[in-house]
Design a protein around this ligand. Structure first.
Ligand SMILES: NC(=O)C1=CN([C@@H]2O[C@H](COP(=O)(O)OP(=O)(O)OC[C@H]3O[C@@H](n4cnc5c(N)ncnc54)[C@H](O)[C@@H]3O)[C@@H](O)[C@H]2O)C=CC1
Ligand SMILES: N[C@@H](CC=O)C(=O)O
Length: 348
């Protein structure tokens, strides 16, 4: 059985959840036909750690706040991302640092260093995909490796790969959905009587929010996801700045109560549509949906996306849109895709 060596770049909620699954449930991976060993970890707060024989995950996961990997064999107080990505004995680099909606950095560089070094990349980071996706996928192909990013849209809920694999024979003209777990959770909690700020704190505690939750509330997170879906599935080549974006920051508790009394629910809707002339229009905006609208019942951190197709009409996928373990599962599904690629290459 093949065992893949992983380097985790960023050791926050998502990559910690992945490390816990690898430590606690090796049989899950064995049943998939491969083993996983974490040989390197870097993080802004902890520094870096490289142990070619496999890191003691119990020790790494229980590092007290404010300490660094410097005290461990192979440890350093600095993240040393480039050195670790290029030179550690990893087969797969797992990129889960902060998403930058502006330029995708430093994650874009992390992905490039890995691909240039002949390492596969699996990532939940939306920045590199939305802002430099075409270039990075080409770099992966040129180096004979994979760049997989299922978790960039709707966490572990299968969307990107599912649409590529299962909807390929259809003409897709639009994607529309609730694509941010935090804002949907926050709107639901406001319906229950909480203020915006209190609801955001809850979403942070639950691991849904971005490091800067403004991205969730003001819509830049959904803007990246809309650009990814438009480019991946509608054949567009749009930059996130072309997605007109309004968040939920100006929706007040009074607005929420008034809507509820009228049988409406506020939702943050992301949409991309191909016009008859081939042009693409894309937007993010709050909409007060009637209770019988298919997206009105999507609550909490659950998300849903609906594809408008020629032969099937609307095809809708719903599931978790955020969460630490839920997003770690996206990385596992990406590693499964890498494994299929590797096995296919061996057979060919
Ligand atoms: N939490 C969720 O539900 C989801 C998260 N994502 C994305 O996954 C990524 C990770 O998310 P979380 O783990 O929740 O975030 P987090 O904020 O808990 O963890 C990110 C970690 O990356 C580290 N980091 C930041 N910049 C770094 C750098 N230059 N070098 C080394 N380490 C660095 C931070 O110190 C932090 O520990 C983010 O890009 C996020 O947008 C995507 C889908 C869902
Ligand atoms: N902060 C994001 C996490 C997933 O992309 C969200 O809440 O949806």
């Amino acid at each position: 059985m093949t065992t893949y060596n992983l380097a985790l770049i960023g050791f926050g909620g998502v990559n910690r959840a992945l490390a816990e699954l690898i430590r606690d449930e090796p049989q899950r991976f064995a049943s998939l036909g491969f083993g996983l060993r974490i040989v390197a970890i870097t993080d802004l707060a902890l520094g870096s750690l490289v142990q070619a024989e496999g890191i003691d995950l119990g020790a790494a996961l229980s590092m007290p706040r404010g300490t660094s990997f410097a005290g461990l064999p192979g440890g350093s107080p600095d993240p040393r991302n480039e050195e670790v990505i290029r030179n550690s004995p990893a087969d797969i680099v797992v990129e889960a640092t902060f998403t930058s909606p502006v330029d995708g950095e430093p994650a874009v560089s992390h992905v490039k260093w890995a691909l240039e070094s002949g390492k596969h990349v699996v990532s939940t980071n939306k920045g590199p995909v939305a802002l430099r996706g075409t270039e990075l996928s080409k770099l992966a192909a040129d180096n004979g490796v994979r760049f997989e990013y299922e978790g960039a849209v709707m966490s572990g809920t299968p969307v990107i790969r599912l649409a590529h694999k299962m909807l390929g024979g259809l003409k897709l003209t639009a994607v529309q959905g609730i694509l941010n777990g935090t804002s949907n959770y926050v709107l639901g909690r406001m319906e229950a009587g909480l203020g915006l700020d209190e609801a955001i704190i809850e979403a942070q505690d639950l691991g849904y929010a971005e490091a800067d939750p403004t991205a969730d509330i003001a819509g830049s997170d959904v803007r990246l996801k809309v650009a990814i879906l438009a480019n991946e599935l509608l054949g567009a080549s749009i930059h996130p700045s072309e997605v007109s974006t309004t968040g939920i920051q100006d929706i007040t508790s009074a607005d929420v109560s008034k809507a509820l009394a009228a049988g409406l629910r506020w939702k943050l809707i992301g949409e991309a549509r191909r016009n008859a002339d081939g042009s693409i229009v894309a937007s993010v905006q709050p909409v007060a949906l009637a209770a019988d609208h298919p997206l009105a019942g999507i609550s909490g951190a659950t998300n849903a996306v609906s594809f408008t197709t020629d032969l099937l009409g609307a095809v809708t996928v719903s599931g978790p849109g955020a969460g630490r373990v839920e997003t770690a599962y996206a990385l596992i599904s990406d590693i499964m895709a890498v494994n299929e690629f590797v096995k296919g290459a061996v057979r060919a």
